[in-house]
Design a binder for this molecule. Structure first.
Ligand code: AHR
Length: 312
């Protein structure tokens, strides 16, 4: 694939002005909206003509958009795959058309030769960092955890669950008592948390909520407050993303930890495509972004302002 694409890319079509199709999942979370705006900014700065398609959370829309990009003869395709399975056919069509595909922020279950590279975090590590924080925080105290999972079948939901479970394994005082999807949205996170609170003695039996993203955590925080409890104190809140609203919650004492996921997946993706275009340099298959833990000790007010300044 690489040699074939390299030949195609050295053609004049890729010389100065690249046209790149971006199939985005939707706008389910603050992080997703930030990724969209950063991708548009990165494209503009580099003089890339970006064709943007919002799939409204539906894989069928993403497949349609990718087929549209292939028909238009774009120079490359970025795709944030909503779920892990079901990509082989459409990505084979892109490969046959010699259009390089870069996966952004989520992975797929499929042959690695269907994409040039994948720019994403180590999602198992993200879950492990969140779980490790909880282990350190509760020490030997008994802790019943409720888990808000991301979109069913998506790699971050699968991997963040796995990483968290690995981190708490061997700590029998920490147990996940309930786990359900909140689909990465604030409204679903609130709704599911309300159910958990009702089922667990009004929340009095819950020690911590682990949310696969900050938006669901923010929804859960609201549900905890509505139930008359103090999030961050009566129930610990740990999540993933590092969006401004979770830092605002930390400032208010209502959230305890988040694992940052950079919304700048497009920068490394465009760098890889530019190098590939220039002389056929094949990037590493997986470009892994950082997973840094933030707690209220890490200047949440400053982190909030910094992210707002970046256009989150
Ligand atoms: O794939 C990354 C995840 O998708 C983010 O953590 C979440 O906020 C988003 O919806």
């Amino acid at each position: 694939l690489a040699a074939g694409i390299a030949a195609a890319l050295s053609s004049s079509a890729m010389a100065a002005d690249m046209t790149v199709g971006f199939s985005q999942i939707g706008s389910e979370s603050g992080w997703r909206a930030a990724e969209t705006s950063v991708t548009k900014q990165q494209a503009e700065t580099r003089g890339i003509n970006l064709k943007f398609a919002d799939a409204q959370q539906k894989q069928e829309n993403q497949i349609k958009a990718i087929r549209g990009f292939i028909a238009q003869g774009v120079d490359a395709i970025l795709v944030a795959p909503v779920v892990a399975t079901g990509w082989d056919d459409v990505l084979t069509e892109a490969k046959d058309a010699k259009i390089p595909v870069v996966l952004l922020d989520r992975g797929i279950d499929g042959p690695e030769d269907l994409y040039l590279t994948s720019v994403a975090s180590d999602q198992v590590k993200e879950g492990a960092v969140a779980g490790g924080w909880l282990v350190e925080t509760v020490k030997d105290k008994p802790c019943k955890v409720v888990e808000l999972q991301g979109t069913v079948g998506s790699t971050p939901a699968i991997n963040r669950k796995k990483g968290f479970e690995q981190a708490i394994a061997g700590h029998s005082n920490i147990t996940i008592i309930r786990s359900q999807t909140g689909d990465f949205t604030r409204s679903k996170g609130k709704e599911v948390m309300e159910g958990f609170l009702k089922a667990e003695n009004g929340g009095k039996d819950i020690c911590a909520v682990y949310a696969h993203n900050d938006d669901m955590a923010v929804g859960a925080i609201q549900a905890i407050k509505d139930a008359g409890l103090k999030p961050g104190k009566d129930i610990l809140v740990v999540s993933i993303d590092g969006v401004p609203d979770i830092f605002a919650a930390m400032v208010a004492g209502e959230a305890n930890a988040t694992v940052e996921l950079t919304p700048n997946m497009a920068g490394p993706a465009f760098d890889a495509l530019a190098a590939f275009k220039k002389d056929g340099t094949v990037p590493p298959k997986f470009i892994i972004t950082e997973s840094k833990l933030y707690t209220p000790a890490d200047d949440p007010k400053g982190e909030y302002e910094r992210r707002k300044g970046l256009g989150y």
